[in-house]
Design a protein around this ligand. Structure first.
Ligand SMILES: [Zn+2]
Ligand SMILES: [Zn+2]
Length: 325
């Protein structure tokens, strides 16, 4: 019986659409039928997505944090759309078309598969507020990168800067902006990624099934590049990812806490001494010292130079600033 009533309602909706199809282009407004079916669609075949919606801001999908990573679903405004009946596509003149491109269903799928960290649910270029340094300019640069990104063309981005300036936030904002344009993104914490790959590797090689999505997504995001012990094996993995993707013209966007400049490289011997002298202190973290080149080695570093635009974010540690009130 449920199936019957669904069929019946589909028929009524298509009759409603038929009636709209006969209206002149300028005609708009709400319509209701004698059998009680009504809708606020403005013309034939115009999906709810074409109208501003407060529920999802008109995007047609909603992000939510249930697990360690973000998920997304198609918004109720689309599910309840009388025109496409939540399909986000419809048949016009015998041809199936998406109501909008890219379809919210596709974007929600990309967002859910991207492995974006859940604590960055609200991260976006419009919600980035750490403007104590050059954050505003870097955010604008990254936003432009997202807007002009096209597959097979863009070089990657490497975002340096000290702990707490908002690098991960900006990376997630960029990943979301690309996903919203329909590009597939995957997000990985470098240190965690290495441990996962290590768990799945044998004969000195990473599991190709684990590497495949990292190689094939449109943009790979690597957070905290250089973190870890950086053994030869780990450097080889980094090189495989970065060079492999570069050869396929697929960029990497990465963040690092380590220095990007030659100065930072020269300062590393000083930092190593400092590291030794401070290493008995309980609040000491060796991760904040050194240059990326010294950690990853010159082979991987020169690959980064070749394939990425380097940008350094400056500013206060907003986590500490927050703690101080
Ligand atoms: Zn619709
Ligand atoms: Zn909505």
């Amino acid at each position: 019986m449920v199936g019957d009533s669904q069929d019946n309602s589909k028929h009524r909706v298509s009759r409603l659409i038929d009636r709209f199809s006969n209206l002149p282009a300028s005609n708009s407004g709400s319509i209701s039928t004698s059998d009680g079916l009504s809708g606020s669609i403005s013309r034939s075949g115009i999906c709810q997505m074409k109208f501003p919606q407060s529920c999802c801001g008109g995007t047609g999908y909603v992000l939510f944090a249930e697990n360690a990573t973000l998920s997304a679903r198609v918004c109720d405004c689309i599910k309840n759309c009388l025109v496409c009946q939540g399909q986000t596509r419809m048949v016009i003149d015998g041809t199936a078309r998406s109501c909008v491109e890219p379809s919210p269903r596709k974007i929600a799928g990309i967002m859910t598969n991207a492995q974006l960290p859940a604590r960055y649910l609200n991260a976006g270029f419009d919600t980035f507020t750490n403007h104590s340094g050059n954050g505003r300019q870097v955010a604008a640069r990254m936003q432009k990168w997202a807007q002009t990104f096209s597959p097979n063309a863009s070089t990657g981005l490497l975002i340096g800067g000290s702990v707490g300036v908002g690098k991960t936030f900006l990376l997630v904002a960029l990943a979301k902006a690309l996903a919203a344009r329909g590009f597939s993104v995957c997000f990985a914490d470098f240190f965690q990624l290495l441990s996962e790959l290590k768990a799945g590797y044998s004969d000195g090689k990473a599991d190709p099934h684990m590497m495949a999505p990292l190689m094939s997504c449109d943009v790979l995001f690597i957070d905290e590049l250089g973190k870890g012990r950086n053994t030869e094996w780990e450097k080889t993995i980094a090189d495989t990812l970065i060079a492999g993707r570069y050869n396929q013209k697929r960029p990497v966007v990465a963040s690092t806490n380590y220095g990007l400049t030659a100065d930072a490289t020269q300062a590393v011997s000083f930092n190593i001494d400092l590291e030794r002298s401070l290493s008995n202190r309980s609040d000491f973290s060796p991760e904040v010292f050194g240059s990326l080149e010294s950690r990853l080695g010159s082979r991987v570093f020169s690959r980064l130079r070749e394939t990425m635009e380097f940008t350094e974010v400056t500013g206060d540690d907003f986590r500490r600033r927050g703690a101080r009130g």
